[in-house]
Design a protein around this ligand. Structure first.
Ligand code: HEM
Length: 347
């Protein structure tokens, strides 16, 4: 019996159904990577899960051993520095790609019905990914990560009505300590990855169910829509993208390996606390407002983002043909960029 016949017999799969499932026609514009940016966060998530599991072999989630275990991974274990660097860089690329993916969906208005719920799922995915980054940064238990935890739980504590409860839940008490580290560890290595994996599953299922928005470009208005098959064309395009991103990831990790700062010291507040770059706009906003406005601002922003498909529809009805939603998006983006640059160069 040949290998193919043996496999067919031992592992009976409905081939017809498989061919039907993978023969989905993809609109031609997805041949360009900037239209298909959604794949990048997915690959980066997979890389993080693999390298994260490798890091767990040595990481010790105890306040007096966490920093030492990271130092061991970075300076003593074989290729530990590389695994840690790839883990950190892939989280950065995941968030950068997510921001670009959201911008492309926003500015092509691909969130319009029937994809409005998928946009809302996307916003939840974005929040979960930010939490993934925040909890991971804290596990290092160096000065910056310890004080980022202080600031982060402090901000959560300023939320009206439920803030006190949220902050105590995050810390596992009123102070940052062992309970906090245990909780952040649990969230980082179990709860968030599982939730993100489920949310990505629903997101991709909905994309598959609705298909990707068919965009018409200048000069193509009256042409018949061009498509190409998912297998093998799209899969090969994605493989090329994966290869390029992997090379980028390795190059970044070799040129800029992740560092280790001073160990956490609850008695010494650093002169300048800096969170990860993707929290810069919120951090700057907090510096120029009081704590309550500082907390309410990002909350209102997230609510607007979440309900954007409905807000945009309402604005369109109110000001037909004026593209108000688009201009709000441009202004919002410029403000976020300005706050980021301000935080990079300001004190
Ligand atoms: C880990 C996170 C995410 C993954 C893996 C992911 C993956 C994908 C993929 C593969 C597509 C197909 C087209 C493309 O690549 O652009 C897509 C489309 C889409 N995504 Fe995401 N995405 C994520 C996060 C988000 C976020 C944060 C939002 C918005 C807030 C979002 C909203 C959408 C929408 C509305 C579509 C449909 C676009 C269309 O029909 O043209 N996604 N996503």
């Amino acid at each position: 019996m040949g290998f193919a016949t043996w496999l067919k017999q031992s592992f009976p799969v409905d081939q017809e159904a498989l061919i039907k499932l993978t023969a989905e026609p993809i609109p031609n514009h997805l041949k360009r990577w900037w239209w298909a940016l959604g794949g990048t966060p997915l690959y980066m998530f997979v890389v993080q899960v693999i390298t994260g599991i490798m890091l767990i072999f040595y990481y010790v989630p105890e306040t007096d051993k966490a920093y030492e275990s990271i130092a061991y991974i970075t300076y003593s274990s074989d290729f530990g520095w590389l695994i840690r660097s790839i883990h950190r860089w892939s989280s950065n690329i995941m968030i950068a790609a997510l921001l670009l993916h959201m911008m492309r969906v926003f500015f092509t208005r691909a969130y319009q019905p029937p994809r409005d719920i998928n946009w809302m799922f996307g916003v939840v995915l974005f929040l979960l990914t930010l939490m993934f980054g925040f909890t991971g940064y804290s596990l290092v238990y160096e000065q910056m990560s310890y004080w980022a935890m202080q600031v982060g739980t402090g901000i959560a504590g300023a939320t009206p009505i439920v803030g006190h409860w949220i902050a105590d839940f995050m810390r596992g008490g009123s102070e940052i300590g062992q309970n906090t580290l245990t909780r952040f560890y649990l969230f980082h290595v179990v709860l968030l990855p599982v939730l993100i994996a489920i949310a990505i599953g629903v997101h991709v299922y909905l994309i598959r169910a609705h298909g990707v928005t068919e965009l018409k470009f200048k000069g193509e208005e009256d042409q018949e829509k061009k498509t190409f098959p998912l297998w093998p064309d799209h899969v090969f395009t994605e493989l090329i993208m994966v290869t390029i991103i992997m090379i980028l990831l390795i190059v970044l990790s070799l040129l800029f390996p992740v560092q280790l700062g001073e160990p956490a010291n609850p008695n010494v507040t650093p002169l300048h606390i800096k969170p990860e770059w993707y929290f810069y706009p919120v951090f700057r906003w907090l510096k120029i407002t009081n704590l309550l406005v500082g907390v309410l601002g990002p909350m209102v922003f997230l609510l607007i983002l979440f309900f954007w498909p409905f807000i945009d529809k309402f604005l369109d009805k109110l000001f037909p043909g004026k593209e108000v939603g688009l201009w709000i998006g441009v202004i919002g983006m410029l403000l976020i960029c300005a706050f980021t640059v301000w935080e990079i160069f300001g004190h």
